[in-house]
Design a protein around this ligand. Sequence first.
Ligand SMILES: CC(C)(COP(=O)(O)OP(=O)(O)OC[C@H]1O[C@@H](n2cnc3c(N)ncnc32)[C@H](O)[C@@H]1OP(=O)(O)O)[C@@H](O)C(=O)NCCC(=O)NCCS
Length: 168
Amino acid sequence: MPPFPFQPAAAPAVGLSIIAADLRHLDAMMAVMHAAFDPLFGEAWSAAQLAGTLTMPGCWARLSLAGAVATGFSLCRAMGPEVELLLIAVDPAQRRQGIARRLLARAQEDGRARGAAELFLEVREDNAAALSLYAGAGFAEVGRRRDYYTGKDGSRRAAISMRIALPE
Ligand SMILES: CC(C)(COP(=O)(O)OP(=O)(O)OC[C@H]1O[C@@H](n2cnc3c(N)ncnc32)[C@H](O)[C@@H]1OP(=O)(O)O)[C@@H](O)C(=O)NCCC(=O)NCCS
């Protein structure tokens, strides 16, 4: 497949669209990945991890575009009646414009369309932006895994498990 030419850029998100992403969009997704995640906690996936997941049954991704500019993406996995949000990320130059909120709403719609009843995710306990995003969307905390994340400096953080129902 030919590579997808879109790359993140510092332009404002005008005319946002959300498309189904596949291996052709790997470079665009990886560019957002590298820009978005704090390297301290090693949360960014490698291209090989992302490519492998994109080709797994039950997994799908969405890419947000402002014109031809890749601004963010989400990655989900369905397991029977449950969907897990594996990743969601927005390029730092494109934040606070509602892009993650749109990607999250789309992940819920996609999950519903696949017949899932619940969407789960895990978030680092000190990821204030993501926690606010999820709480605002109606997710509720359902569990906590102590010392789940280890920073490069050796510091530990818990993972908070969150859930939202996907009503028909
Ligand atoms: C978390 C993240 C995806 C949010 O993306 P975004 O497009 O800027 O988020 P939105 O503009 O849709 O914001 C929706 C809501 O999230 C919350 N939020 C987003 N960024 C925030 C911040 N920096 N501080 C506090 N709350 C924030 C707010 O409640 C916001 O609503 P508001 O703008 O009306 O106040 C983005 O910061 C990111 O990519 N972070 C790094 C990757 C990551 O941590 N992903 C989540 C774990 S997989």
